[in-house]
Design a protein around this ligand. Sequence first.
Ligand code: 5GP
Ligand code: MN
Length: 330
Amino acid sequence: MNSFNLINDIIQNNNKFVITTHVNPDGDAIGSELALARYLEKLGKEVRIINHSPTPQFLLFLLGNNEEIELFDSSKHAELISSSDVIFSLDLNQLSRAGSMEEELRTSKAKKVCIDHHEFPEEFADVMLIDTNKSSTGEIIYNFLINSNFQIDYDVALPLYVAIITDTGSFRFDRTTPDVHRLTAQLLETGIDPKFVYREVYEQGTANRIQLLGIALSSLTIADEGKISYMVISKSDLTKTETDEEDVEGFVNYNLTIKGVEVGIFFFEMDDVVKVSFRSVKKVPVNELAKRFNGGGHFHAAGARIHGLELKSAIEKVLNEANKFVKEYK
Ligand code: 5GP
Ligand code: MN
């Protein structure tokens, strides 16, 4: 039986579902969760979406109500997670990326289904539906829903549309295939207004965020004869501009707007970890580079969290490794 049919069987034969995703969820993570949850609800199932991190501001317009996605609280949710029939982990293929929920997910007796499009999966689920050729987890969910003969309506189409536009960088990243455009057209047929969605997702930020971007851009440094570009944001930059974690979303991409740059890196000092975002054009597999620091991701877009190093040492260590990659993958 193929994975779609296995998942259909699991859905048919069970009633209590929990859906979760990775820490610092993006549009694909939240969009995929909402689309699947709304589908399951239409089938009359009990569904809870529970995440380690709060939903970022730019995605709140997708929520039907404040309870649609819950913030994980062990005292409130431990029992629910251990007694649910099925756990879906979406856009999440390594349980360590579930943050504080990792243990509850690992030890739950529920059937586990992982739907994702990243490389290097951990084999933790009963069904691992992983397709690294797909633009987004949202695209896989779309295909699953079509395969299940579900008539996709606006409520399900909207979060899927957001999943796809965010994970393809508005149809410019790898795996933006003709299929992606065709399925997006189908989603638009339900009445989605692209201008409205674009404004909600990308143009409702704060002035403080733009000030933080200014600091990031001023920190831009070119290394390795123009092949590496990197930027840095420290904790004090956030304090100074009264911004928070989610405000740095997308900053890393500015590195790649420079002619000749092949690897773009963004260093972000957080409370007890330095988050590093990697992007590349051409030949450097940044997921392999991220893996050196226990991270992962895609060939051209990856990330890692570095524990136990000061910002300055983390930068040195990563640049040193990135330099080797640039030399090796010419
Ligand atoms: P971003 O730099 O936008 O946070 O992440 C880019 C890509 O790398 C995403 O596909 C994301 O899933 C992956 N990624 C980011 N941070 C981590 C991490 O700490 N561990 C792993 N395994 N993947 C990450
Ligand atoms: Mn994704």
